[in-house]
Design a protein around this ligand. Sequence first.
Ligand SMILES: [Zn+2]
Length: 220
Amino acid sequence: MIKKLLVTGLAVAVTLSVSAAAELTIVQKPIIYDETREKLSLEYLKARYNIEQEKAHIVPKMVVVHWTAIPTLERSFNAFKRPTLPGFRTEIASAGALNVSAHYLIDQDGTVYQLLPNTAFARHVIGLNHTAIGIENVGDGNDNPLTEAQLQANIDLIKKLAAEFDIEYVIGHHEYTLFENHPLFLEVNKNYRTTKSDPGDAFMAKIRLQLGELNLKALP
Ligand SMILES: [Zn+2]
């Protein structure tokens, strides 16, 4: 009886993950990844995390969910497109000239755009960039709230990533400081922190409701 239940449970899990993967269309929309971005990424890894690597790749163990605080897809994309940080980002410029980016950008209609390969280095969360895949969502917490279509796309995308990588944590950007004393958190300067509100507790609670099958670790 127990054996039969286990087999049935497994069959259901496989069916779910296959259907989620089949329904999710990912549109390739690469940002510029040139020698400059690679060089600045390697410099960031060394300066912020004391990690010296030949290539600016990551070992994904975490997914970090964001909103862009920019109302349109194209303007959000353009914020990440170039390799160097624009001059107005003074609050994070001291930590390096590498521009911010993320691996995915999800529009308000739920369309998923991939900006970078999953294992490329991206600057999107202090302390955890060496291990975090970033998902940005077009929108904010005010005039352009995240949509139901974005919620479903985040859930489907995270399930797909978890099928490919050993994802232990799924967090909102606003939760990153909870990892300050965690072994994964490598930022060398304890004073280099930003205060983040994206994407908020309500959105993360709705995502987590649908990720039970992934057996994620609890936040520290
Ligand atoms: Zn963010």
